[in-house]
Ligand binder design. Structure first.
Ligand SMILES: [Zn+2]
Length: 414
């Protein structure tokens, strides 16, 4: 009997280990956050794949080997899969309590954590503690007080996960004191370049949600955004409120045909926006999308899910588009951050007032101990050929001449 039980245990362990290995790349980085569901994840890989996988890319390498060795192989697959430095685990544990809001100015590294979470992350007795990283902050030329990027996360957009607690309660990946900077409605003359300059001065990276039409007006500015290493999603073709037509049809009890037409129009807004961004920056275009006016018609949330495009609402809306003074933008963001403690911040590189406020805002974020998290997508976004073709038609009629303007038009009298 004993032998039978022992054999069964061995078989189960092997099966579990295989399951864990299969899922390591899927749930690897949800450190300390879904340990309660790890058993399910190990045996049923499919649901786990639906989870937006957020991988840290800038964990200090120095601590990795000993943490890997320290983590038990089967009993805590999530922790094993994603070794994290003790300080991160502390914050992660605080986050695991589910608290979005923290009232005080954040002090991430000092946040208290439940004992068992700390125990999971700590190396067992007898092994040396991992050495602290030599230099966690990358140097930023010309600015010794730069914010820098504290952490880069990779988002698996499969299934169209939603982010931003104003509308989506799905994935809370920020630790206390962390912010994600996002900018909408560009690219635009002067304002977008000013935003880029302010971000470069602090060596931080942001995520941009450009309007398709604007991308066709100023593709070279959007290229600068891509070249600076920022992430670029999309924000429809013409900034149409996608819920409007659908609501009208619903209100007037329109026919199925009318509903279908409204839905196709709305999809066209999304797709033409993606095509326009791709036309400007190619593979730098990411499957990230923000709905104009943060209106989220359920049919289109489903559609984006099928397109494997992640949706971003916001945690902190700056309402910068309603403001005339840069001081107000600054106050709006800092006060909301103080209240929430962390979050995805929504601003507009299209707005002059934001371009003006940003240098001081970044200084203030640094002074108050906030950390910037940069989001990247695991894959780029593919546009659909019929909308690429439509985009070409939207552009001016092509001609066979490719001579430069200076060659074609000459000033002969001034
Ligand atoms: Zn917008």
């Amino acid at each position: 009997m004993r032998v039978v039980i022992a054999c069964a245990l061995v078989v189960l362990s092997v099966l579990a280990a295989l399951g864990v290995a299969q899922n390591q790349n899927v749930v690897s980085s949800l450190t300390g956050r879904i340990s309660g569901t790890s058993a399910t994840a190990a045996t049923t890989p499919e649901p786990a794949k639906q989870i937006a996988v957020i991988k840290d890319q800038e964990r200090p390498a120095a601590s990795t080997p000993s943490m890997t060795a320290a983590a038990p192989a089967v009993s805590t697959p999530v922790t094993t899969a994603s070794p994290a430095p003790a300080s991160s685990a502390t914050v992660g544990a605080a986050e695991a309590t589910g608290a979005l809001a923290s009232t005080a100015v954040p002090a991430p590294a000092k946040a208290p954590a439940p004992a068992q979470m700390l125990a999971q992350a700590a190396p067992p007795a007898g092994r040396p503690a991992p050495a602290p990283p030599a230099e966690s902050k990358p140097a930023c030329p010309g600015n010794p007080d730069a914010l820098g990027v504290a952490r880069t996360v990779e988002i698996d957009t499969t299934g169209g996960p939603g982010f931003g607690f104003e509308h989506f309660k799905q994935h809370d990946f920020l630790r206390a004191g962390e912010v994600v900077l996002t900018f909408d409605d560009g690219p635009w003359l002067h304002n977008t370049p000013a935003v880029l300059a302010a971000l470069a001065h602090h060596c931080v990276k942001a995520t941009f949600f450009p309007i398709g039409k604007h991308a066709t007006y100023y593709p070279e500015i959007l290229k600068q955004v891509a070249e600076a290493g920022h992430s670029i999603g999309s924000h429809t073709w013409s900034h149409a409120d996608l819920s409007k037509r659908l609501n009208e049809v619903a209100k007037t009890h329109g026919s199925d045909e009318a509903k279908e037409k409204a839905l196709e129009e709305a999809k066209g807004e999304i797709e033409l926006g993606i095509s326009a961004v791709r036309a400007a920056v190619g593979d730098a275009a990411m499957p990230f999308f923000r709905f104009p006016a943060l209106r989220h018609p359920p049919e289109l949330v489903t559609y984006l899910g099928q397109r494997n495009v992640a949706m971003f609402s916001t945690d902190l809306d700056s309402f910068d588009f309603k403001m005339r003074k840069s001081d107000n933008v600054l106050r709006s963001v800092m006060e909301k951050l103080k209240k929430h403690g962390k979050g995805i911040i929504l601003m507009h590189d299209f707005q002059h007032v934001t371009a003006e406020a940003l240098p001081t805002l970044l200084d203030q974020l640094k002074l108050n101990g906030y950390k910037v998290v940069h989001m990247r997508a695991k894959t780029n976004v593919k546009s659909l050929p019929q909308y690429d073709a439509m985009l070409v038609k939207e552009q001016k009629l092509p001609t066979v001449s490719s001579r430069p303007t200076s060659d074609v038009v000459k000033t002969v009298n001034e």
